[in-house]
Design a protein around this ligand. Structure first.
Ligand SMILES: [Zn+2]
Ligand SMILES: [Zn+2]
Length: 614
């Protein structure tokens, strides 16, 4: 509420059941948190580092000092009780048994890990002994009548393939001219090899198409993918591939040229080559903490205000300044700014009269690694999740530019439009509704997505992207604490409405364009037909678990239910979300597919009639 006329304010207070008091978050106190969290001693708060634990201790200490409650009925005098431990998978490291040797009619040669070959983090673990087939670029593109797998049998063998795609430098290439298409991605190549029955992929740089550039091996962890692709995936130096082909009387450079010239496959068995491969990746799991504090209301319902407090540490594969990996990425805006906001809102609410509904203040770890903390929390909640009426997420709120603020998710709660109409943002800030004009779809971009997957209405507050995003230059001196404090006053008023309004917002499903984690540019044929399941991103060991099944969707009509774990789709084994996404993409509306799911200890078969995606 604006400090308009005092008289009117009194009148409203007397008649209205809401006792709205304008929040007054203090910019200096706010900024002090940002400065500490983004200080050199916290080294960028990488999930799994000792420094993020210092940040957790700090936040817990703040919550305790406001007289808030830890979850689970624990004592409020010990700050440690505000920390909720969970296991976070930190990405893969190399184990001791990564070896690659081969014979091609001559004595055995051994390749050195890191110098002559390297596994990818999504490779399966284990040992392989057997043959290799050269398969061009490893692409099957029916839409362009192009198929490197035509006429070869790769069953249980490794495929040796080139990186990228044919005609990369040709403006008129059917493969998107000079732009790479999704066929060039590692994941597409992996899925193609798997769908053709190969046991694994040996990738080599397409150096013939990149004269003068160094034949570099990828850094472990520099590209994303499933936890376990189910097949081997390694990269090898191109010179080794050239030697293998030479032994067969072939010339790799000539072959690449020939494919470029007419887009005809030139795949063949490397009859002389026998490979022994061992891949040993260790998926490191560490205990990290979400930090949560509760302000009880008069009922058991509650509102959640959250922000992630982790960042990139010294920079990892998510750094946008790859030349500065090793330098501290302080993450002042991302997301010391939101964390400081949650702390200051907790302080302010702790001094107000008790609200009708409670307020749960949460800061999450593991966001940068894939929403790990919030995902864990919604599946292991400390308060009954069905009593959560809304989740407000703050991620990057410290760099308001020209008063411009984005609020998204307003469509997900039945009462949100009314509230947003009533609560006014203090000038000079103004709202860019639903983030449409930012040009980016933020629906999956941060921790609110975990709560939306549990049908909790969400709102996401964001001050916009900038050139320092995910770089060492995201520093506290660039934070505009005055505008951030105003934005927090606004969030406080929205939260007050949500805590005190008699009407509880109902979750409204918002159609989302994406079906899965397919990255790498234009999806070749969209996302395939409609199926209707909403995957749970907490992957079960094998398969795809449905967090939800949309009412009236093909999956629902076939009797599939939330909690089911899909293990087969149209005869294809489904080991992870990528398998499902690609299998769906290869089907069309009107197809009836046989789907196998695990429900409890039963295996259930369902015939699903796929429909047009709307
Ligand atoms: Zn963030
Ligand atoms: Zn980030």
């Amino acid at each position: 509420m604006q400090p308009a006329s005092r008289k009117i304010a009194t009148w409203v207070l007397a008649l209205c059941p809401l006792a709205l008091i304008a929040a007054d978050v203090q910019p200096d106190e706010y900024l002090a948190h940002v400065k500490y969290l983004a200080s050199p001693q916290l080294k960028g708060r990488a999930t799994g580092s000792p420094e993020i634990e210092k940040a957790a201790t700090y936040i817990a200490g703040q919550f305790r000092s406001f007289g808030l409650q830890p979850l689970g009925g624990k004592s409020a005098t010990d700050a440690k009780n505000f920390e909720l431990a969970f296991p976070a998978e930190l990405g893969a490291k190399l184990g001791p048994n990564n070896t690659f040797s081969y014979r091609n009619g001559k004595p055995r040669e051994t390749l050195r890990e890191g110098q002559a070959f390297v596994p990818f983090t999504f490779s399966t673990n284990g040992k392989f002994h057997g043959q290799v087939v050269f398969a061009g670029y490893g692409i099957t593109a029916k839409e362009h009548n192009y198929d490197d797998y035509a006429g070869i049998d790769v069953k249980d063998k490794l495929v040796l393939i080139l990186r990228h795609e044919p005609q990369e430098h040709n403006e008129k290439s059917v493969f998107g001219g000079k732009r790479l298409t999704s066929h060039a991605t590692f994941i597409d190549k992996m899925m193609e090899a798997k769908n053709h029955g190969a046991r694994g992929v040996i990738l080599v740089n397409d150096t013939p198409a990149h004269a003068g550039s160094e034949d570099k091996l990828e850094k472990l962890g520099s590209s994303g993918g499933p936890r376990d692709a189910g097949i081997f995936f390694v990269q090898m130096k191109e010179e080794t591939a050239e030697a293998w082909l030479r032994a067969e009387g072939r010339d790799l450079r000539q072959i690449a040229k020939d494919i470029d010239s007419d887009l005809k496959p030139r795949s063949f068995d490397l009859a002389k080559v026998q490979v022994d491969l061992s891949v040993d990746l260790i998926h490191e799991i560490k205990t990290v903490h979400n930090v949560a504090a509760y302000l009880p209301g008069k009922t058991s319902e509650y509102v959640i205000i959250g922000a992630h407090y982790d960042h990139l540490g010294l920079g990892d594969e998510h750094s946008l300044a790859p030349n500065q990996i090793g330098a501290i990425h302080p993450g002042a805006d991302d997301n010391a700014s939101g964390t400081a906001g949650v702390i200051e809102l907790a302080r302010w609410f702790s001094k107000q009269p008790q609200p009708q509904r409670g307020i749960l203040f949460m800061t999450f770890a593991g966001e940068e690694l894939g929403l790990l903390g919030s995902n864990w929390y919604v599946n292991h909640p400390g308060l009954p999740i069905e009593n959560a009426v809304a989740m407000l997420n703050l991620d990057m709120i410290g760099r308001v530019q020209n008063g411009h603020v984005f609020v998204s998710g307003a469509q997900t709660g039945s009462t949100f439009a009314k509230i947003l109409d009533e609560v006014k943002l203090p000038a000079p800030l103004w709202i860019d509704e639903s983030g449409k004009s930012s040009g980016t779809d933020m629906s999956d971009a941060s921790d609110h997505a975990s709560f939306a997957s549990k049908q909790i209405p969400i709102m996401f507050f964001f001050s916009g992207l900038h050139a320092d995003y995910h770089k060492p230059s995201d520093t506290p001196d660039k934070i505009d604490s005055a505008d951030a404090a105003k934005l927090l006053d606004y969030v406080a008023e929205i939260a007050t409405h949500l805590a005190d309004d008699p009407d509880r917002p109902k979750y409204v499903r918002v159609a989302r364009p994406s079906a899965g984690p397919v990255s790498g540019g234009s999806a070749r044929s969209g996302y395939g037909p409609d199926f209707g399941s909403i995957p749970d991103f907490n992957e079960p060991p094998k398969g795809v678990r449905f967090a939800d099944v949309r009412e009236g969707s093909p999956a629902a009509k076939a009797g599939l239910k939330p909690g089911d774990i899909m293990i087969e789709f149209g005869g294809k084994a489904i080991g992870n979300l990528y398998d499902f996404t690609y299998a769906l993409r290869d089907s069309k509306a009107g197809d009836t597919v046989l789907v196998k799911v695990l429900r409890g200890d039963q295996t259930i078969e369902a015939k699903v009639l796929l429909t047009e995606r709307r």
